[in-house]
Ligand binder design. Sequence first.
Ligand SMILES: [Zn+2]
Ligand SMILES: [Zn+2]
Length: 396
Amino acid sequence: MPPKSGWIELIYGCVKSGKSIALISKINSLKDAIDKEKFRKESLIIKHPLDDRETESKISSFNKKGIDAIECETTQDIVKRVTKHTKFIFLGGIHLFDKDIVPFSKALIDRGVIIIATGLNLTSKGEPYNYMPQIMTITDVYDIEKGECFTPGCGEEAYRSIEVNDHFEPRCMKCYYKTEKKPSLVVVTGPMFSQKTIKLIEEENKKKNKLEFNPIKNYADEFMNKDISAIFKWSKDKRYSLEKIVSHDGSSIGAIPVGNTDQIIDYLQENKHVGFVGIDEIQFFKEPYKMVKGLLEQGYSVYATCLKKDFRGEGFGDVPKILTLATTIINKEAYCTICQKQPATETQRFVIKDGIKKPAKYGDPIVLVAGEDLYTSACRSCHWVPGKPENKYDNI
Ligand SMILES: [Zn+2]
Ligand SMILES: [Zn+2]
């Protein structure tokens, strides 16, 4: 359930995965739902000129008629088009915009605007595309489109793009990383108390008991019969137990406590039979992106839970870059404990001074392991961080 305030839905994936088709169908369903005049007044259809280069001023796809769009090259160009009536922004090629697209989008969703955008999450070199890590951090609805692998005779679901001569082609994980096993990355994210850890525990228990997976979950069969698993947790997180991952509801699984990513890599080198790697609260580790990328290159199935935002609402270390690598993102939401009205997307931290609970300041240390006494989940409107720098787009 996306927040009431407005939200960002991101339609993303590799080249030729049908992102524009998905965007066109979103535009058409809104067109059908509201009257013409209202649609004209409240919605903006925009594309970056470098997205779908063949069709000027149109969002189009090879098998469908295009939809007229305003070409905007910079965030400033979009700002000029926004009016007080704007409620919906459809945006083709969000990955091609400058860095202001991030604060601009944040300001708009706080105002109640719904942004539905298409974007390439990765370059053909497999690195995060421009400001996509930051955009994926503030995304509420993740809508991944899968292409079809162009390797002759393959045809598997594609999540990556490669450059061949003068054009780009989709590739599946196995063909892209040239691995024996099919690598995958599931990221479960959300604020604190959004039951992220339960997901990992369920996944592990299902593997252990060899229970039938729920066929609705598209990530399920990727993990069936996938060797032996190793579940890791950060050793300084001793909230419930050192050698267990325990969820807030009390369920648990055994885990290997490690202090850094090197220890995970060492363990895997000594235990070659492991194919499935679970990592709880990956944001606690220093620079986890490099490790996750390395695990995919070696063909592992990785399942990570994380806070994508810190208590300030900023991207948590290099977790945002990990989001761009994921083959599945499960975005969990808690309930706002402050207004008790809206879904919570933020983690609110408190400090207790002279017995009084106050919101933690922007300049406070980012990592502070604690439970319900110092943290709660909050919606965007209730989230309060004294000293947070102003967003220059808040007044547009
Ligand atoms: Zn393939
Ligand atoms: Zn609230």
